[in-house]
Every structure is written in C-alpha cells, then in structure tokens.
Design a protein around this ligand. Structure first.
Ligand SMILES: [Mg+2]
Length: 260
C-alpha cells in the first residue's frame, strides 16, 4: 500500500463522516487492470480486500457499476455478498442475487430483435472483433486488433445500427463500441442507487468516458475519483487500479475509525 495524496486524504476523511456512505465503483480499469480477454479480468487482491473491509462497516454500501452485462460483472468481479451490482451502464441491476431491473417492453424487444438480425453476419466479416450480447444490445470489442481492423469493425457496426435501429444509444469506450435499445447511463444508476440505499454521501470511481455520466450527478459532500489518463470532470485522479485500491483502503480505515 502507498500513501494517498494529502488533499485526497482530507476529502476522504470528510466523506468517512457520512451518515450513510455509498461507495460505487466501476470495475475494468478501476478495480481490475485491463487484460486482452475481458472474461479474464479480476479485481486486484488489495482492491478486493478494501471492499471487504468497507462492507464490514455499518451504514456503508458498496456497489459495482459497469458497462459489462451484469452476468459478466458478477463472474469477473466475484462480488462479495452484499455488493450491489449494476450492469450495462445502468440498464441491469442485481441486488442480493436478484434481478432488480424491469424487462424490456414490447417496443424495445422488437428493436433488439432488429439489432440481433443486423449483427448476424458481423463476425464472418470481422473475425478478430468480439461481439458481446447484452440484455438490451451489443458490444463490439476491438482490444488486440490493429488500428485498421478496429476501425473497419467499428465503422461497419455503426453502419449496421444506423440501418436497422437508428435511434439506438451508441457508446464509445476504450476498444469497445456499444449499442443499446435503452438509454440508461451510469448517472441514472448513481441516482437510483443513492435513492435505494438512502446514502447521504457518494464516492464514485471510474476510468472511462461513460464514468463521466456518474461524476456529473455527484454534488457537494460527494467525491469523484478518476482512474488513469484522459479528460475528466472529477476533481481527484489516481494513476491506476493499484492506487484506487490504496484510496479504498484509506477510506475503509477512516470509516472504521468513526466507530460505526
Ligand atoms: Mg472501466
């Protein structure tokens, strides 16, 4: 463990005083280092330990908020009992092992069927790109492809979607392009989690473009933490998942020291 920056430590000490604290965390690039095969990603042991320490403190809730489908998030995160799971950027919820999101309505089911048909031959033309089926859409993963192959795959995916389901929500991530018939964001997820848990303060940590939606709904008394490079509206930044783990460990100690 490394010491956390002084300004960040001060902010964490304030956050630790919250009546009910929600610690909401992105997974890939935040708790888990990036790997070529998304199914192989795992949280750093230090991050997992810090999450377990936070779960032991009363009036403290931990949630994982990911772009992954919730099944994939549960598998990769090996989420300890008590962690609330939010998948597909807020389109899927799993609380205490139970699905907590509404099923797709008829209109969205029909739109998803059109998307599915549109992508039927995609893998033949782009064998290096990986299609991930989600409850409300698709993700096209291009990690590991050279720039030309990645561009060609993403370009064709955009053309298919423009053709069969032009009002689908499109999200650009790191080596991933996603299409959803729902327009939920991680910001919606944080609003819902805050309401569901009754949290009086929120820490959100994330590394990617879609995490900015979550940062945007945080306010006074909350803490936004960016992991890694890239532009952000978050006032605090650390360099890597290892440093996120340091922050969570520090927060767990400060929270436990409040005597809760
Ligand atoms: Mg991420």
């Amino acid at each position: 463990m490394s010491p956390v920056d002084a300004a960040l430590t001060t902010a964490l000490a304030e956050l630790a005083q919250a009546e009910h604290l929600l610690v909401a965390l992105d997974f890939d690039g935040t708790l888990a280092p990036f790997v070529d095969r998304p199914e192989d990603a795992r949280a750093l042991p230090e991050a997992r330990l810090a999450v377990e320490r936070l779960l032991e403190v009363s009036h403290t809730t931990v949630a994982f908020v990911s772009g992954r489908a919730v099944d994939s998030l549960q598998h990769a995160s090996e989420a300890p009992a008590g962690v609330l799971l939010v998948g597909s950027h807020g389109a899927e919820y799993r609380f205490d092992g139970v699905a907590a999101h509404p099923p797709l309505d008829e209109v969205d089911s029909a739109r998803l069927a059109k998307l599915t048909a549109g992508f039927a031959r995609f893998s033949d033309a782009h064998p290096g790109a990986r299609i991930e089926r989600k409850p409300a859409g698709f993700a096209v993963h291009t990690r590991g492809l050279d720039a030309d192959a990645a561009f060609a795959a993403e370009d064709e995916a955009r053309r298919i979607v423009a053709d069969v389901c032009p009002d689908a929500t499109v999200r650009d991530g790191k080596d991933v392009l996603e299409f959803s018939v729902l327009d939920a964001t991680k910001g919606d997820a944080i609003v819902h989690l805050r309401d569901y848990t009754g949290a009086t303060a929120v820490l959100y940590a994330g590394d990617d473009v879609t995490d900015e939606d979550a940062f945007s709904v945080l306010g006074a008394g909350d803490l936004a933490l960016k992991s890694g490079e890239g532009p952000t509206i978050a006032p605090f930044r650390v360099g890597s998942p290892a440093e996120v783990a340091d922050v969570l460990d520090t927060l767990a100690s400060l929270r436990a020291a409040t005597g809760r």
